[in-house]
Write a protein that binds this ligand. Structure first.
Ligand code: SF4
Length: 178
């Protein structure tokens, strides 16, 4: 009797980024059909799933900019076998991290017209999730297995990495790809 081979489950996540990395993912075009035949895409901005499931691989776009992101990335780390920092914002904080140059009080006032707490510098609620005091790349908050740089990474680089992680075993140590 033939054994049933389980397809690897993958997730793509959009945190503190512009979604350009996901646009590059969509640029896989017809390869997306190929990807769907090799894997099960369980969670992504392109499908409507609310709860992050247990997956084999997670491609995470964007930096960790607020408390919601922090909670989310820790939960993702618990539930995925291989975590990939997807794009420069996830790898270095990049564009999202440009706000680190300006005091948070000033940002809240100028951008959101919300005053931050004078003692902590952090807004006490309101229209946006609580911002962290500084934006962080993923590896400052959780263990990252692969780094896929680029702003955005090319669809070719995304494909090559996915094929490698799907074909191989979980990496033993953090590795830069691309
Ligand atoms: S790495 Fe570039 S394309 Fe990707 S989320 Fe950041 S700014 Fe956008």
């Amino acid at each position: 009797m033939d054994s049933i081979v389980r397809k690897p489950k993958i997730a793509t996540v959009w945190m503190g980024g512009c979604s350009g990395c996901h646009m590059s993912f969509l640029d896989l075009d017809e390869k997306l059909i190929d990807l769907a035949s090799k894997t099960e895409i369980c969670y992504s901005p392109i499908i409507d799933v609310k709860e992050f499931p247990r997956v084999d691989f997670a491609l995470v776009e964007g930096a960790v900019a607020n408390e919601d992101h922090l909670h989310e990335i820790r939960r993702i780390r618990e539930r995925c076998r291989v975590l990939i920092a997807f794009g420069d914002c996830a790898v270095t904080s990049n564009v999202t991290g440009m706000r680190n140059l300006i005091p948070i009080q000033e940002i809240m006032h100028q951008v959101y017209e919300v005053e931050a707490s004078p003692t902590t510098g952090i807004p006490s609620g309101g229209v946006v999730p609580k911002l962290l005091d500084r934006v962080r790349p993923l590896h400052e908050v959780v263990h990252v297995d692969y780094f896929l740089p680029g702003c955005p990474p090319s669809s070719e680089a995304i494909w090559n990495l996915l094929m490698e992680v799907i074909a191989g075993n979980p990496p033993n140590e953090p590795r830069r790809f691309g």
